[in-house]
Design a protein around this ligand. Sequence first.
Ligand SMILES: Nc1nc2c(c(=O)[nH]1)N[C@H]1C(S)=C(S)[C@@H](COP(=O)(O)OP(=O)(O)OC[C@H]3O[C@@H](n4cnc5c(N)ncnc54)[C@H](O)[C@@H]3O)O[C@H]1N2
Ligand code: MOO
Length: 473
Amino acid sequence: MTAHATGADTDADDLDVEEALALVKEDPGRTPGAHPSGPARGDRPSGAEGSPGAHRPPHHRHHAVVWPEARAIAERAARHGRGGSRAGYLTPVAVPLTSALGLTLAAPLMALTDLPSFDTSAMDGWAVSGPGPWHVRDEGVLAGHAEHAPLTDGEAVRIATGARIPPDTTAVLRSEHGRTDDKGRLHATAAAEVPHTVAHGQDIRPRGQECRSGDQLLPVGTLVTPAVLGMAAAAGYDTLSAVPRPRVDVFVLGDELLSEGLPHGGLIRDALGPMLPPWLRALGAEVTAVRRVGDDEDALYEALAASGADVVVTTGGTAAGPVDHVHPTLRRIGAELLVDGVQVRPGHPMLLARTKENQHLVGLPGNPLAAVSGLLTLAEPLLRTLAARPAQEPYTLPLRDGVQGHPYDTRLVPVSLRDDRALPLLYNGPAMLRGIAAADALAVVPPGGARPGEETELLDLPWASGGIGVCFT
Ligand SMILES: Nc1nc2c(c(=O)[nH]1)N[C@H]1C(S)=C(S)[C@@H](COP(=O)(O)OP(=O)(O)OC[C@H]3O[C@@H](n4cnc5c(N)ncnc54)[C@H](O)[C@@H]3O)O[C@H]1N2
Ligand code: MOO
């Protein structure tokens, strides 16, 4: 779908700006990351300050919304048509612990048992009753064994860490704090914290020390981490009530795409087929299908009609070229366009539509970095809301180098984070992946650009934040 020249949206000025910003003005001979200084705020083209929408040039796509609004629409979109659920997330299900990592708890985690569930020895040693010396019973008490006969005053029995404390035990004497004399009697040694004696309750973990059955351990909305899985298992759970991952079908459009080998004869490798599924999983999705769909309107129509996913993600075909079928197909199925273009570079032809009751479509542009922009602008808030995940806390860092701005649109620029500063990376053109492949985050550069040292909002990439989102499987 590379033929755009005849498209109705041809916009010579926009395309010139795009080329200038992303491709040719960055001098590849400079130190990687050394971005040419952007204009100072005061040097912005007149009219670029303040609300970008208010200063759009007359030829700008009139439907395009400003970047923050696009994200807000995507977040709100999830809240409609979900059986009246105002929260917007998918219906919770019981998920086995082995599948629950990265999900959000749909119910508080209440203890199903006391923890510990019985009085437990905290150390290897002897359970003793009363003051020593003690007569040591022949048998021992091991973890996992049934209850032991009560001790009588002056008796001791060997005990292992984690074993049940026999009734009438007053303390546990650690093995390194006791010795037996030649008559087989046990004495507390001078090495004990209180010499020759053991404090009442010493090294016993009493039943219910951590929680009582029915206590709330974690609130609803908690992200299921490995530690939460451990806590849930300890507290008696086999399954968790959690919000499931939104199911996502990915349709990769384009006749020019190869799945293997070197580009040849005008054909190029499909970069999005390998990139999007793991990225979508990192954003909380379950990828239910990845299909190549040729530049054929009927094929896209049929694929869409057959999809039962919560979200369909298409790549390519969003612009107005002769084989850009996304808009016509959406019209054909009677979809409601919620976002039709965003004032962001790259990625401005991205779109969001409601295709069915409980199904949305995110149309990512075909240029690979433009697709990333659409993924983070539209798919991320939609999936996050459906999966009831928390939003990333907004944060800023100073830019090491200035970044030229688009006169009217927000720019998303790959950056690497070093020493609490963001280094804008080269090779950030819409068709390029070299910058993003080396990046830790995307800088949100406002219309008009950003000066060196300017505090700039950052969108973390899921693998760079080290969060639970990094679980790609
Ligand atoms: N007349 C206009 N032409 C274009 C406009 C415009 O406003 N008016 N916008 C440009 C911008 S910006 C973008 S972004 C692209 C969006 O185009 P589409 O979403 O229709 O995508 P395609 O035309 O199918 O492809 C664009 C480009 O990306 C390559 N591509 C597509 N899929 C893949 C893939 N899976 N892996 C790697 N590369 C892919 C494709 O070969 C094209 O080179 O439109 C501009 N044109
Ligand atoms: O700039 Mo397009 O929006 O190439 O991505």
